[in-house]
Design a protein around this ligand. Structure first.
Ligand code: ADP
Ligand code: AMP
Length: 217
């Protein structure tokens, strides 16, 4: 099953993807995590992507689609977190899945913009695993350190207060049109989720949706 986590930055996609990855056989593919890995390793793609990422803009479709072509070559059960983010990416994904005889369902995380800013400002991450914390809503057991590895947490350097607004604007302009792309009533490919509920409750709802509507979610 290919599950697309759709929603604005800060909606809780990465948090839920990590929980489901640990509890089920899903593998999370986060384009943001992949790009950050390219940057840490200093690859040509990482160097090309960094300016876009630091300013809160999207990395060009062509680079993302090429990266995902190879990432998706052998997958079956996967959560796509942060991809697709444009109509062109969604069309490329559909073509790729069609060729493999697979379909994808999208889960839309609904969270009002005012809440997203607070979530993003208080977010801390563990770079090696992608695990996500929040200083108020989901604090680690020991402040500043990952629960499982004990390694230090970081605040993403590309999430300064001034770029958060750019990211949310970019979402509304370039990614929000995917809601219409996936909500074609005949294909029933989109399911809405109240992302404002506490983390454990959102997880429970996703689990129910996956169980009840395996073809749509
Ligand atoms: P995304 O991957 O959609 O950008 P994240 O999973 O990184 O979002 O979550 C953004 C921040 O909000 C993190 O600090 C996370 O701990 C926190 N968060 C995630 N889900 C919830 C929730 N349901 N309620 C409150 N805070 C949440
Ligand atoms: P994320 O970790 O999903 O918040 O992504 C961090 C940054 O990586 C984004 O702000 C973009 O610059 C870039 N990025 C991640 N995924 C994509 C994508 N599918 N298309 C374009 N840019 C992306």
């Amino acid at each position: 099953m290919i599950l697309i986590f759709l929603g604005p930055p800060g909606a809780g996609k990465g948090t839920q993807a990590k929980i489901l990855e640990e509890q089920f056989d899903y593998r999370q593919i986060s384009t943001g995590d992949l790009l950050r890995k390219h940057r840490r390793e200093g690859t040509a793609l990482g160097k090309e992507a960094q300016g876009y990422m630091d300013s809160g803009k999207l990395v060009p479709d062509e680079l993302i689609i090429r990266m995902m072509d190879s990432e998706l070559a052998n997958v079956t059960d996967v959560i796509l977190d942060g991809f697709p983010r444009t109509i062109a990416q969604a069309q490329a994904l559909d073509a790729l899945l069609r060729a493999k005889g697979l379909t994808a369902g999208a889960l839309l995380f609904d969270v009002p913009r005012a809440d997203l800013e607070e979530r993003l400002i208080g977010r801390w991450t563990h770079p090696a695993s992608g695990r996500v914390y929040h200083e108020r809503f989901n604090p680690p057991k020991t402040t500043g350190f990952d629960d499982q590895s004990g390694e230090p947490l970081v605040q993403r350097p590309d999430y300064k207060a001034e770029t958060i607004r750019t990211r949310l604007d970019v979402y509304e302009k370039e990614t929000a049109p995917l809601v219409d792309y996936y909500q074609d009533p005949k294909a029933k490919r989109l399911t809405r989720l109240d992302g404002l509920a506490p983390i454990a409750e959102v997880t429970d709802r996703i689990k129910k949706l996956i169980a009840i509507r395996p073809s749509a979610a």
